[in-house]
Design a protein around this ligand. Structure first.
Ligand code: NAD
Length: 266
């Protein structure tokens, strides 16, 4: 069944005009970053972290210094800076290089798609390696700020060099609007695609989870899921079919089949 569906997906991708990938935390679990809601997810194991996630944007708005002190003490933060892309990220980069995947729309903040070689990446929920000004929308490299030193010297929060407003991480929190540039570009991609390859997301977080519905509203679009478990996209027939399994195993097999089909066409 899985093999047949990989074959079907390879045909759909090889014959596509504008394929896009949508990714979530699941594609990075095999790199060692836990997801939120899977069986070993951070929120599954530590429900108090989910409660905190709903409060943190308000903390930033009310008290940016308290926000930064809290962020710098987050025990999971170091994970994001010590991991490597896995074969799932690499397969998507290969498919982009081959001219099949036109864009990766990701909820992930871990930068692993870019490190694997993907170039056209839309980071719907931001990037942990960047800081962003919510007043003028400018983004800056996190490495340009010695945040630990600022904490020691009591000079937090970092301020926007452009407008002087306190900076937060580029990561988008609950209650925070999605930055307009990335929301618009992602919507356009969902409007344009003829194949959407959804990888490792529970499809529970909106508005990102509405992008497949946007694509579904047009005739002739094929929506494929690669997920460890079925999602609301599967049960509500938003996706055409699911390849149930791990992205780090399925995506390389899929990419290999697509490459063979492309060579056969030449
Ligand atoms: P989620 O935790 O809600 O769901 C992940 C889904 O992927 C689950 O259904 C799980 O069964 C599945 N999964 C886990 N490992 C898999 C694998 N190897 N192959 C295929 N499927 C796998 O994650 P979400 O839907 O992305 O939403 C959570 C939010 O958490 C996002 O907004 C994202 O910004 C944030 N987040 C990001 C990271 C990251 O950047 N790596 C990590 C955790 C959370």
């Amino acid at each position: 069944m899985v093999e047949e569906r990989i074959e079907k997906a390879a045909n759909d991708l090889a014959n596509s005009r504008h394929a896009v990938a949508l990714t979530g935390a699941g594609i990075s679990t095999e790199s060692g970053i836990p997801d939120f809601r899977g069986p070993n997810g951070i929120w599954t194991k530590y429900p108090e972290m989910e409660r905190k996630a709903y409060q943190i944007y308000g903390i930033f708005l009310n008290d940016p210094v308290a926000y930064w002190k809290d962020r710098l003490e987050n025990p999971f933060l170091h994970k994001f800076f010590t991991v490597e892309p896995n074969p799932g990220h690499q397969a998507l980069a290969e498919l982009e290089e081959a001219g099949i995947i036109q864009a990766v729309l990701t909820q992930n903040i871990d930068n692993l798609h870019q490190r694997a070689g993907s170039r056209n990446v839309m980071e719907y929920h931001g990037n942990i390696n960047k800081l962003r000004c919510i007043s003028c929308s400018s983004r800056y490299n996190r490495d340009d700020y010695d945040l630990e030193k600022m904490k020691e010297e009591n000079t937090l929060p970092p301020l926007c060099p452009g407008c002087g407003h306190p900076l937060k991480t580029d990561v988008v929190y609950f209650q925070e609007p999605i930055p307009q540039d990335v929301a618009y570009q992602s919507y356009l991609e969902a409007q344009k695609c003829d194949v959407m390859l959804i990888c490792g997301t529970s499809a529970n977080v909106y508005p990102f989870a509405s992008l497949p519905t946007t694509a579904r509203s047009r005739p002739g679009v094929t929506i494929i899921e690669i997920n460890a478990e079925p999602t609301p996209l599967t049960t509500n027939n938003i996706s055409d079919y699911i390849i149930q399994g791990y992205t780090g195993e399925i995506l390389p097999r899929l990419s290999e089949k697509v490459m063979k089909k492309l060579s056969a066409k030449e």
